[in-house]
Design a protein around this ligand. Structure first.
Ligand code: EPZ
Length: 448
């Protein structure tokens, strides 16, 4: 069994560089299925979810060649298959983006129900609403799960033609459904208007990527996105030459936010590079409110975020309510909680997106935190300090919270189930060690 082992109590100091966004690249890679020419994508993080996406693409027939650090030339010309391999489909949430992309490319697609972090019910009715509105027939084969209950096993999509020329109104604001709506509509006939869309930076990144390749999309980053269908997406070749164009993945807002909180919690002094400060505003504002110094620094051609805290200073307690972008991100809620457990007073956390995103509370309690969970939230009573313990990463961001807690705690923390963390954070151990953390990845005999 592999674990992260942390000896806490060292402030993070120095410079750290942010990778491409997980939640963007997992949509950009399936989106390459829609392209009529090759493309180079760079700033691709070396994380498990990318490996899974690439396995799926290769299985479908894509040619993927590394062309530099974090850069891949992807050519989907030979793709004939329309069935996502089952194991990879079930291994991550974002496998559902292959459905939208395959529908756009082949007018059909099949994938097992997606897996991913256990953070509550994760329905896909809004994705199906968009596919059906564009003309797809949806078939949902059922199966019995290990509890003997019937559940949807897979999604099968077919259509003769994808036809936009309509307004599709989402009933809930969903990142995944907005992305899938865009993927399915870019090559549909006519103009599709998506209403009540999510506005996260990764949605803008997907739209920018597709526009870079020749799609006609307006309004990404607002709640109304207008897509005028095109027949070909062949903008990847520089006109008049054979040179293939390169698209960089947007910086990871949540990775940056995680290191901002880690810097603050350890009373460190960190310069966080390769970020888009506007994407971090709500996180910067929250940290500032509790007494952390956050500065946006422009230095020649570099813009970075400088986070520091006076040694020994207690943080002020605060309240958080998670909301779709530009509100406070649910994907930062566990990490901020790992800092608020050390604040002065009572903080209230209200989780609006996922109903089961507080499993980290019991793990933090093993380290001395005082948290009461409620139906849709948690009340955090600040304590003076945490102590090291053996804990689990219950999901990706809960795992990040365990790392932050371990870095602040007195003594040794062992974090199990680190596979969740490695799905989303590129080289996290190396990055933290480079700024002074005592953290290592170790293999232990399996517990029986
Ligand atoms: C994306 O998940 C992210 N995953 C999640 O990241 C993130 O927590 C979430 O957006 C919210 O920001 C990826 O991008 C791969 P949603 P997604 O559809 O798209 C309800 C992380 O740690 N809903 O925006 O699955 C749903 O139940 C993670 O990186 C429906 O009701 O989230 C939830 O309450 C985990 N019907 C809300 O909408 C649907 O068809 C938002 O979900 C779809 C969603």
């Amino acid at each position: 069994m592999d674990k992260f082992v942390i000896n806490g109590g060292r402030p993070l100091q120095g410079d750290i560089y942010i990778s491409g966004a997980k939640n963007s690249v997992v949509a950009l890679l399936p989106a390459t299925l829609l392209l009529d020419v090759p493309v180079i994508i760079e700033n691709v993080p070396d994380i498990k979810d990318v490996e899974i996406c690439m396995t799926i693409l290769r299985h479908l027939g894509a040619d993927i060649q590394p062309v530099g650090p974090g850069a891949y030339r992807i050519d989907c010309a030979a793709v004939k298959d329309h069935a996502v391999p089952e194991r990879q489909a079930r291994a991550m949430r974002a496998s559902y983006y292959f459905l939208g992309a395959l529908l756009g490319r082949c007018r059909r697609g099949i994938a097992a129900m997606p897996g991913g972090c256990h953070i509550g019910e994760r329905p896909i009715d809004q994705h199906l609403l968009a596919f059906e509105a564009l003309g797809a027939k949806v078939h949902l084969p059922m199966r019995y799960n290990e509890k003997g209950e019937q559940e949807v096993d897979a999604v099968e999509l077919t259509c003769n033609d994808l036809v936009g020329d309509k307004e599709i109104v989402f009933n809930v604001v969903s990142v995944g459904a907005t992305m899938n709506g865009i993927l399915a509509a870019v090559k549909a006939k006519g103009t599709t208007v998506l209403v009540n869309c999510a506005r996260e930076p990764h949605i803008v990144d997907l739209a920018n990527f597709l526009m870079f390749m020749g799609a006609h999309i307006k309004g990404a980053g607002t709640s109304k996105i207008i897509i005028e269908g095109v027949e070909r997406l062949d903008g990847g070749i520089i006109p008049g030459s054979d040179e293939i164009r390169t698209y960089p993945v947007v910086p990871d807002q949540i990775e940056a936010g995680t290191y901002m909180v880690a810097a603050a919690a350890t009373r460190g002094d960190l310069r966080i590079h390769g970020v888009i400060p506007q994407h971090l505003k709500v996180i910067s504002d929250k940290l500032t409110e509790i007494g952390v110094t956050v500065e946006e620094v422009e230095d020649k051609d570099d813009v970075y975020i400088h986070v520091y805290t006076e040694p020994g200073k207690r943080f002020r307690a605060t309240n958080i309510r998670t909301e779709p972008y530009p509100g406070f991100p649910t994907d930062m809620q566990p990490q901020l909680a790992a800092l608020l457990v050390l604040s002065n007073g009572q903080s209230n956390i209200n989780e609006q997106i996922w109903e089961d995103r507080f499993r980290y509370a019991a793990e933090l309690a093993k380290m001395g935190a005082n948290i009461n969970t409620t139906r849709d939230g948690a009340i955090v009573f600040g304590v003076d300090k945490l102590h090291g313990a053996n804990v689990n990463a219950c999901d990706l961001r809960a795992g990040a919270a365990m790392i932050i807690a371990g870095l602040t705690a007195e003594g040794r923390t062992e974090i199990a189930e680190i596979g969740y963390i490695e799905r989303g954070y590129e080289h996290i151990v190396d990055k933290l060690r480079a700024v002074g953390a005592d953290i290592s990845r170790q293999t232990f005999p399996d517990e029986t």
